[in-house]
Design a binder for this molecule. Structure first.
Ligand code: GDP
Ligand code: MG
Length: 162
């Protein structure tokens, strides 16, 4: 079976944009506001000739719960079935309490994890990514999911983890 990558993170950090970047198509729905219903969360991708599945964990709507509980539940669902986790943080915002809560869930699952510092659109914001070393998830990969910047290095790290 194909290895599975779960893309995990708070609403609005750019998970769906990153999923589209990884699969090379615009299929995951990108929204300015969090919590939008999507009917598909699983996509197929190829990198360096290897095929894998990508889960956009923001794609499940579990709106009976409060926002933080919903985000946690979505992450847990995705991580459960995944071989590796791609944890996405908005580098311009930095780590929030919700990010810390998600990291606890990821740690508990014990799956190999790659840290994406997203929304690093230019060199001037690259320093923001380095602050994310403090999360204890290893090297933060500075990426602009929107423009593609850094996505090659990120995918190389993902493939090493899968
Ligand atoms: P999700 O809720 O985590 O799936 O986030 P989305 O992919 O829906 O993106 C939320 C918002 O962030 C949208 O307005 C995106 O266009 C924007 N966004 C995503 N990635 C980037 C990026 O690398 N740079 C910038 N400037 N904006 C981004
Ligand atoms: Mg999304």
């Amino acid at each position: 079976p194909m290895p599975v990558l779960a893309v995990v993170g708070r609403p609005n950090v750019g998970k769906s944009t990153l999923v589209n970047r990884i699969i090379g198509r615009r299929e995951a729905v990108v929204e300015d506001k969090p919590g939008v219903t999507r009917d598909r969360v699983s996509y197929e991708a190829t990198w360096n000739g290897r095929r894998f599945k990508v889960l956009d964990t923001g794609g499940w709507e579990i709106d009976v719960l409060g926002l933080d509980a919903m985000v946690a539940a979505q992450a847990e669902l995705g991580i459960e079935t995944a071989d590796a986790v791609l944890f996405v943080v908005d580098a311009n915002v930095g780590a929030t309490d919700t990010d810390e809560a998600l990291i606890k869930i990821i740690r508990r699952a014990g799956k190999p994890t790659v840290l994406c510092a997203n929304k690093v659109d230019g060199q001037s914001t690259e320093v923001e990514a380095t602050y994310l070393w403090s999360l204890g998830l290893g090297e933060p990969y500075p990426v602009s999911a929107l423009h593609g910047r850094g996505s090659g290095d990120l995918l190389d790290a993902v493939m090493a983890a899968l």
